[in-house]
Design a protein around this ligand. Structure first.
Ligand code: SF4
Length: 249
């Protein structure tokens, strides 16, 4: 039983690294950081390493990632000696295709189920494995869209965890500076015009002037007129469904 109460004001006004320390002091090893291997995840994994936090770093391997994403996981493990736990869906992509008779990600009405099976359920599995009570995400208000009002601390009722967003008040300049100053590895696809990196079959580069999420599920825009921008693994994205699509401009 956790008896120490979080001081929300103290958390919200602390430096990001101290926020990681505060979470660690209260939740210790009953904490999960869900790492996408993108820039915010790199900064947070570095802070977890610096703070000697007991937080468990979890990588959800949808088995449809770019090879570069898997290489990033291996690089972070090696460079910082991190013990990154990889969790996978119950079905392989082939088994899932056979079960549903199609590739779900190709269709507007199949994508939510695919993300549920390949991302959300593995998260639930990781929470159970670590008996987690706290979840650390890399969401930033500066990302815009449905994340403009991300709170420092939230709640995910699906998993019974307190959700901490230690970078909620960071902007991209702060993130880039932290990465540069600490020589943190950067996913190589950023250099190929990718702005947000998920499963290979659902992610494309963005063109100049496009929204940073425009490269996600672009193939669904042709049939839908709009496209999802979040997979909803983050509950605050899921609960903000009214803004959870990119409209055709
Ligand atoms: S991003 Fe695409 S392939 Fe990955 S889980 Fe979601 S729908 Fe499936």
């Amino acid at each position: 039983m956790l008896t120490i109460e979080i001081n929300k004001e103290e958390f919200a006004t602390a430096e990001a690294l101290d926020r990681i320390r505060i979470i660690d002091a209260i939740y210790g090893a009953r904490t999960i950081h869900l790492s996408s291997m993108q820039k915010t995840a790199g900064a947070l994994m570095h802070m977890i390493y610096r703070a000697k936090s007991q937080a468990n770093i979890v990588f959800i391997d949808t088995q449809l990632h770019f090879p570069e994403t898997l290489a990033m996981r291996d690089q972070f493990q090696k460079k910082y000696g991190l013990d990154i736990t990889t969790v996978q869906p119950d079905l392989t992509p082939l088994e899932q295709n056979q079960r549903f008779g199609t590739e779900l990600h190709r269709y507007v009405d199949g994508q939510p189920l695919c993300c549920h099976l390949r991302k959300e359920l593995p998260l639930f599995k990781a929470v159970e494995q670590f008996q987690a009570k706290a979840l650390i995400t890399g969401l930033m208000r500066a990302e815009g869209n449905g994340r403009t009002d991300v709170q420092p601390i939230g709640r995910d009722p699906r998993i019974g965890c307190t959700v901490f967003n230690p970078l909620f008040d960071w902007n991209s300049q702060q993130l880039e500076s932290y990465i540069r100053e600490n020589d943190i590895p950067i996913h190589p696809l950023y250099a190929q015009s990718f702005a947000s990196i998920g499963c290979a079959v659902c992610t494309t580069p963005v063109k100049a002037g496009e929204d940073s999420r425009a490269g996600r599920w672009r193939h669904l825009r042709a049939t839908n007129g709009s496209q999802p921008i979040y997979c909803n693994i983050n509950y605050s994205d899921k609960s903000n469904l009214t803004r959870n699509t990119l409209k055709k401009s």
